[in-house]
Design a protein around this ligand. Sequence first.
Ligand SMILES: *Cc1c(COP(=O)(O)O)cnc(C)c1O
Length: 392
Amino acid sequence: MSAVMSTYGRYDLTFERGEGAYLYTTDGRRFLDFAAGIAVNAVGHSHPHLVKTLQDQAAKLWHVSNLYEIPDQTRLADRLAAATFADKVFFCSTGLEAMEGALKLCRKYHSANGAPERWRFVTVEGSFHGRSLATIASAKNPKHLEGFGPAVDGFDQVSFGNLNEMRAAIGPETAAIVFEPVQGEGGIRPADLEYLRQLRAIADEFGVLLLFDEIQCGNGRTGKFFAHEWAGITPDVMAIAKGIGGGFPIGAFMATEEAAKGMVPGTHGSTFGGNPLAVAVGNAVLDVLLEDGFLDQVDRTARILWDQLTETVAKYPEVYESVRGAGLMLGIKCVVPAGDVVVAFQKAGMLTVPAGDNVARLLPPLNIDESHITEAINIIDAVGKNWGAGDG
Ligand SMILES: *Cc1c(COP(=O)(O)O)cnc(C)c1O
């Protein structure tokens, strides 16, 4: 029995190497990777530019600490700021750290404004913001809270898509509205663009900050650099991670100059955040994502996948119910248990990820082409066709 703590239910698959949209097991089997490490391998496996960047950096300098200037960190922050609403970026290593930091920033903002009583957050049901004590309290998923003592105070929750509840939940103690524009773990639920616009309007009306968690839906996943761009609005604060490192652990929270004004020297820190290895890779990922035409290509690919997927799913109403999502963040809502569908896809050679609400998630690398779509659709079609015939 392994000494690894048993917090994960793992599939019986062991991979040895990856190339583009494919993973190869130690026993030589090939899998089409439509899981991408849960939206992390944004540009696929072993991307030559990322490999070379990491190798070159590894031979020069790994880590120095944030006691010193890190030129590539400055460069990555400047590039992220130039490409988004944000003026200021703080680097960490994971998603939950990015969310924790973003929550702290919101409280500090009001405190710096002379309103320290504004320390609560309104969050939305079905969201996922990480596994720290504060982030499990924010999402209020009972499975994640169970046995971990009293939930951290300061989080009020409303139902998804309900603006009346949102308005009613905001009070004199509210610091920010916290929202995942396309819910990932919760089952690939995209918000209406009008809902996003109204969240912006409500935040402005009540003088609270708008914090978006784009850890999964950001970094090009929906065909824009960040998902909220589709709504033509911007948040005040945003947490990112997953795809921005392409597989190297990187997280960040970013904010407007105004929202970040309380984050002065000594207010926050991280040992590993933004170290030379991480920011070298982060810059290499941006080289690809922000290359002319890359995001337009993601959008085109996503539309082709959406059309073929909705057509295929409709053929097997006793197995699949519907398709939902945005860009290359798609969910197949299943009739039969989604976990079984994910296993059937695996047996047919494709990796996907189960999500809440009985959904199988498709999160392919952003640089897949039509041949990968055809391969995925053939598998989804075959699994639908053969369901209950011994293969399901
Ligand atoms: C994965 C995820 C997180 C947590 O990220 P970790 O790196 O696992 O801490 C937070 N929010 C969203 C939306 C995520 O998808």
